[in-house]
Design a protein around this ligand. Sequence first.
Ligand code: BGC
Length: 889
Amino acid sequence: MKRILAAIAILVSCRAFALDVNSLKVNHMTSPAGITDPEPTFSWITESDSHNAGQIACRIQVFDGRKKVWNSGRIAGSNSVAVPYAGKQLKSGTVYEWRVRVWDNEGTKSAWSSRARFITGLFNASEWQASWIEAPLTDASPLMRKEFSVSKKVKRALAFVTAHGLYEASLNGSKIGDAYLAPGYTSYDRHLQYQTYDVTDMIEEGENAFGLELARGWYLSNMGFVDPSVYKPNFEGTNIAALAQILITYQDGSKDVVVTDGSWKYSTGGILESTIYNGETFDAAKVQQGWNTPGFDDSQWQNVQEVEYGYDNLAPQDCEQVVTEQYVSPKELIETPAGELVIDFGQNLVGTEVLSFTGKPGQTIKISHAEYLDENGNFYTVNLRSAKALSTYICDGTPQEFSAKFTFYGFRYIKVEGMERDEINLDDFKAAVRFSNLEPAGSFRCSDERVNRLQSNIQWSQRGNFVDIPSDCPQRDERLGWTGDAEVFARTATFNRQTYAFYSKWLKDLAAEQFPGGEVTDIVPFVKNLVGAGHVGWADAATIIPWTLYMAYGDTKVLETQYSSMKKWVDCVIAQAGESCLWNTGWHYGDWLSYVEAGEKDGFQIATPNPISQQCHFANSADIMARTAEVLGNSADAEYYAGICTKAKEAFCREYLNEDGSLTANTQTAYILALVYDMLPENVRAAAAARLAENVEYYGHLTTGFLGTPHINRVLTENGYNHLAYRLLFNDTCPSWLYPVTMDATTIWERWNSMLPDHTIPDNGMNSFNHYSYGAIGDWLYRYVAGISELEPGFKTIRIKPYPGEGLTFAEAEETTPYGKAASAWRIEDDGRFVLEITVPFNTRAEVCVPAAEGAVVTKDGEAMTDYEYAGGYAVFNTGSGRYVFEVK
Ligand code: BGC
């Protein structure tokens, strides 16, 4: 009997082990700090060895130390994404731990997950006891310091820090946290982020020193590409300022607070100059050794000024911070024909160089940054425009590790001046890659290495342009949150990385910057007088990105938060369109950077008239608005916007559709937008698709710009022209996605012809080699080539439907959905068999579409299947979770 019981116990424990709950997230982030949401949400992933497994109940516990503040009890249901907190009211500045367990549909109860934690920020502005302190603005970066003593055992210490400018905080000589460029880039007058750090282990019993090193950063650099006297940042503030407090809870229960106030002192240190575009100058001799450690003599330092900036715009950091993700080693030292000493890192990247070097006192090293060498092999910086992007390091004779702290550069090459050739040892150099620390979500690979390079280039451009905001480019005098670029790339970005928190933070600023009439600004954060607002495709970021996030993550919160912003934009267009529901006024960027060189002939055109793009985006945004209203249970709005959408489509057809099914503009983008946004009656869709196909055949390549490119292959594939989509994918002359790959590109270029085949680089005033917009093809690689897409929000139901095409023998993608890893990998075996291996996550179902001829024998895990639906060239199966192998003979 005992033996039987033991065997059962082992079986039970094995079974329980097979149900593993992990990847705990609060508000879609792993261990976030600074939560001030009264009902943060909890998500987790369960892994199970069983097939067709799902959650039928869960139980969550949240702890404040040993106290349980929420014991959810058994919550019935399959929800494991964004389950709202419903325990005792959360307190400010508290470290919470939580865990979860689940029951599956076979009646198995998982073990408790490991504990994860989250830290709350300050729920009320009145909890700021610190005062803003300021130092006069000079070029040099100020240091601010204050000592304090601790005489009891510390149980917990949390630091809350922000600045006008950028800061790096330290305690007793060590940097607090591992982030760069804090407090980040936001619409500062509305949202100035502060960061929350657990500094318990950094506080010493006895004397402590709290230090802040500050720089201009985005707040006080000139952001924009025109004369700074013309435009204005949208916030007031002339000096560098800081606000910080450390809340200490002692083991005896008593509390203390260390705050910034008039008793702090300031001086300057090693950084003589630092701005976003121009770079950083550092003089090792000017470093005040030990300035941020206790006992330092600051009698020569000045007193800071206390200033009344208030606390109303303070907002907790609620997305991932910028960190150093990896280091890249140099590939080669090049002596260019012009005699320059240039180091090639082999990868266009964003961050800073790091140089370990002991120079002679006063030796001045200048490091410039470039993305490419010109046609003669010389260092090329024309495309940085006015941005100097220069690091200057002045040596003091001691070993140093030089790197820029408060700025970033976009570069593959650095030019080194001020070092002799024999002083340059490649081992002393590396490049630190810095960007917002978003968890990787997806990967894509196929049998063509050029396409794999394209995928890698897309991911590198995402890294480079996810430095706290979604930016257009990271190198020239721009680096701004262009809404159009963000809109076209959001779907691809979301396949590549976990973007929910990153975009949600930026969308709050998008809403904050919206003009009173609802126009969405071209860039977010906005810079007054630099650019405008309300432009087709750019402004539609307001609707498209929240909807993209909802579909990818299944969390309605972003829709709730953005609802009024979305509505304001759609209402703004409705007002412009008037009774006729035809939006055809105003200046627009349109199908920006479409390919023009081929000219317009034989009745085929390239430049899409803006009104056509406008009308399609209008209908799409109204449609998103209607769906959003429906999701949120607002049926009146749902009906209203659905009506607007219908009218907008009718107006489109009245105005731009000819009787024979052609459009008034015979351009690729016109047909693409009409089809992707479902503008046409069913009976002319095929004709429209045929015209697009004809156009593509005529030119032999794409001619699209920012608005058409993201959707061209999807539209071709979905409308029976998959072979043309593949042809476009494999084109490798300009314009195409692979042309840059043949030109040794390691990121996505801004223009189809950013570099000409003879390696000359056109100086057309606007030419970046790290611009993710055309990388929007990534969405098609995941969704159509490998075939993973969400049928229901958050991938609760998944469609796995690969579209193989000529030129590939295999393709595979993995995607970490909110429920866990989904995968699709297909290959064509030598004997012609088509094999599809898939993974469907626990707690989800999939519609699996296996490409097959009608009547073909399809096997699932080796077993011949006869009972399946057949539709449009696919054998369609429905399945629950698990790994399966399908084969078509
Ligand atoms: C940016 C773009 C942006 C565009 C507006 C450029 O300067 O780099 O990517 O969308 O302006 O048309």
